[in-house]
Design a protein around this ligand. Sequence first.
Ligand SMILES: Nc1ncnc2c1ncn2[C@@H]1O[C@H](COP(=O)(O)OP(=O)(O)OP(=O)(O)O)[C@@H](O)[C@H]1O
Ligand SMILES: [Mg+2]
Length: 466
Amino acid sequence: MALNTYFVDREEEISTILGFIKARANVLIYGLRGIGKTTLLEKVHDILIHEGRKVLYIDGYEILSPEDLFVISRRTPTMDARDSVRFIFEMLDHVIIIDEFTSLIQMLARYRPFGNVEDVVKYIRSQIQLRQRRGGESIIISSSALGFIKRATMKYFAPLFREFKLLFIGPMSFEAIYELAIKHGIKEEEAREIAELSTGNPFYARKIIEQVIAQGISPREALFKLIESKGDLDIYFTALMENLQAEERYILHLIARGRNRFYEIEEKLYKDPSPYLKRLEDNGLVLKIKKTRKFSQYIIPDKVFQAWLLSQEIPSLGKISREAIYVSSLGFEALVRELLRSITSVIKIRDWLGQSLELPPFRAVYNVSGHDYEIDAVGLRNNEAYVFEIHFWGKARYNKVLQLIKNAELFAKDYGKRIKEKVLISYFGYELTNKEKEKIKEQGIKLLTSKELREIQKKTGVKLGF
Ligand SMILES: Nc1ncnc2c1ncn2[C@@H]1O[C@H](COP(=O)(O)OP(=O)(O)OP(=O)(O)O)[C@@H](O)[C@H]1O
Ligand SMILES: [Mg+2]
């Protein structure tokens, strides 16, 4: 089933790109698969056309030989693959947009006189410089090969990428995905759940929306259908895994299951995991979070991918229940815990009531299940505990504050820790009377909303999609 193509969000990115085009600067757009690069480039293309400008749009995946480039530039083909590139870059009055340009470069590397990717890159660079000297319009290129980009910008490709402004495309906000779901006629409550489950990735959001509409099931059911055997996302992730080495796949499963410190991975792998971790980091599949010089932790930033990993039955690692998968990787709470884990230096913010709050790098962040209580997140720092109550559906009322106080007391008693801070997090804000607000201040309880979460996210530099 094909969905309507509603466009949401990305105002900031669009205006940045248009600004670069105005300045005739070249731009390299990069970001994870499915994050919306192609959609963004198409939007920019439409805007430029609407303004009456000349644009050449090339989909790198559709260019299978130099012949295709000759056709696009409408020049007479030659036997020299360099000409196919040169003719394109000689179109000075066109803004050139190339989606998935890495694929284009790899194709060209197979044709004479190029011998390898490096030859192609060198030649393209000289052509781009020439174009710039002649006052040519911008070149906008995109890639999802994050590892490639990272290596390329550091190693011998560096000279080429110096010609480009880099623009990272991160996850969308909860609000944007919510809006997308609403536009497709999804009910409010379910739209919120879709926003929560897709963690800012529009590709996952669309898949869930499709499934919900087609089968009339809940978003959560829909997501499990998508990641179970032969579901759309199962096929997608299986293909992704096939491109990895066995060690890398194993490491992903370990990290997904909470063995996320270097020594824990090393212990299971029976060899040095460094090169594999490096590659996984390069591909953007794993994120390294450095706490101190000696201590770092690895996380899988893509929570849907993590849920799929957990749903795979690995003989040596066992099978995990749906409930456990949901709570550990997909819930809003899991994202908040991930955010708290990503703090590497003291973060100072003002809470929803204007009180100041300091969040330190925690030694550990986890959820706690007691006999008769559940704590969404506890952050440990030496012998002190930060207790969090996390609320997602709608505005939080005073009963949540009472819950938090009770949880903190129980935790202090059961674990013998001093409680440093009690923090309530409610994504969509609060519904509190003035008297209640006063009481909260007296008790030193801190309140956060989506706004403060975004502020923390910005300070950590880790993008989780708040
Ligand atoms: N701004 C947006 N508004 C609405 N839907 C979007 C938006 N951006 C992306 N999508 C949807 O998300 C899906 C993935 O987007 P897109 O193909 O642009 O991602 P991509 O980054 O180019 O992925 P890939 O690396 O796989 O090429 C598409 O179905 C698209 O319709
Ligand atoms: Mg794309």
